[in-house]
Design a protein around this ligand. Structure first.
Ligand code: NDP
Ligand code: GDR
Length: 337
């Protein structure tokens, strides 16, 4: 019998890659989509199946992590074998502007989902998308034993969700696992996260459509990995005998400036000629350095990412240049390059 999974956040970067992976593995995938006044399904359009198609394997449902009753009803209807909670207000800078909303969706949303599993009585396993942002000010390298010190409303909300997941495991024996993922990027990365903001700008500057790129803190250190690889680790965390929590990271570090330089160089451009500082992009409290120690995931899940930040920058620049070329040529641009 093929397995059934529910993904919250299926329209996001990770949700789209995870849906592809699970479909390849023969799953029937249910995706939770929140209602929007415009289409928000661009990342999954290429795997979308019309509701009228018989025997379809990707089924989308309107619901919201703010609506606990809808979650109970959804779980009762679908009876998934696995639940992946990827839905979130995931932008750290925005979480300072919308702290209560972020706490509600990113923090309380997780316990609504956990409680919905209990209330519906569904026998399932759950993955919680935890984040290296939970480590915040704790010095690197960070691993599963590093104490949390979040530096944003987003980080605080993710710490709540992390502990709620551990608590439901301990209190109710639920198979619940936290993946503590360090930054991971791709051509499908949201346009306002720093890597994609840079690679889109590189393409536009090269094409003569833009001259300046405004950024905030260039000194922040991140451990950037490649999103299509990381979704495999999520799946592996739900295939073990016992649930546990795992850091997923490359172990390699670079500053925003390093990434900037790599991306501009790859397109034959000099970043210093184009990049200017705007304090608007700084955060009230910054996370200075995140570098993961993922040895537990390597030993216990057999997972080791291959793509490092330099190759990642090149992949993203090439993808944004191709997409812009296609757009300028009048072709339909698809985001799943
Ligand atoms: P994205 O921002 O690309 O996707 C977030 C998803 O959550 C989107 O599908 C979004 O829907 C959905 N969403 C937002 N609000 C709600 C809501 N109220 N109810 C239901 N769904 C909602 O994030 P990523 O794919 O990059 O990340 C996936 C998860 O992993 C997130 O929880 C993120 O916090 C976490 N994470 C990400 C890391 C990274 O580097 N990418 C690292 C560590 C953790 P819509 O498309 O309509 O906006
Ligand atoms: P982050 O990613 O906050 O690490 O959260 P982001 O790309 O937003 O910032 C990374 C670093 O770049 C600095 N920066 C800028 N950031 C943005 N967005 N825009 C700018 O113009 C800019 N200039 C400099 C930031 O200050 C920061 O230090 C991501 C999200 O995906 C979270 O959901 C996830 O949990 C963490 O990664 C791990």
């Amino acid at each position: 019998m093929s397995k059934t999974a529910l993904i919250t956040g299926v329209t996001g970067q990770d949700g789209s890659y995870l849906a592809e992976l699970l479909l390849e593995k023969g799953y029937t995938v249910h995706g939770l989509v929140r209602r929007s006044s415009s289409f928000n399904s661009e990342r999954i359009d290429h795997i979308y199946e019309e509701p009228q198609e018989p025997g379809r394997h990707l089924i989308l449902h309107h619901a919201d992590l703010a609506d606990g009753v809808a979650l109970v009803n959804l779980l009762r209807d679908i009876q998934p074998d696995e639940v992946y909670n990827l839905g979130a207000q995931s932008h750290v800078r925005v979480s300072f502007d919308a702290p209560l909303y972020t706490g509600d969706v990113t923090g309380l949303g997780s316990i609504r989902l956990l409680e919905a599993i209990r209330a519906s009585g569904v026998d399932t396993r759950i993955y919680q998308a935890s984040s290296s942002e939970m480590f915040g000010a704790a010095p690197p390298p960070q691993n599963e034993k590093t104490p949390f010190h979040p530096r944003s409303p987003y980080g605080c909300a993710k710490v709540f969700a992390y502990w709620a997941t551990v608590n439901y495991r301990e209190a109710y024996g639920l198979y619940a696992a936290n993946g503590i993922l360090f930054n991971h990027e791709s051509p499908r990365r949201g346009e306002t996260f720093v890597t994609r903001k840079i690679t889109r700008a590189v393409a536009r500057i090269k094409a003569g459509l833009q001259d300046r790129l405004y950024l905030g803190n260039l000194d922040a250190v991140r451990d950037w990995g490649y999103a299509p690889e990381y979704v495999e680790a999520m799946w592996r965390m739900l295939q073990c005998d016992e649930p546990d929590d795992y850091v997923v990271a490359t172990g390699r570090a670079a500053t925003v400036r390093d990434f900037l330089q790599e991306a501009f160089n790859h397109a034959g451009l000099d970043w210093a000629e184009h990049v200017r500082f705007d304090p608007k992009y700084e955060r009230p409290s910054e996370v200075d350095a995140l570098i993961g120690d993922a040895s537990k995931a390597e030993e216990q899940l057999g997972f080791k990412p291959l793509v490092g930040w330099q190759e990642l920058a090149q992949i993203m620049v090439d993808a944004d240049i191709s997409a812009l070329d296609a757009e300028l040529a009048g072709a339909t641009v698809r985001i799943d390059r």
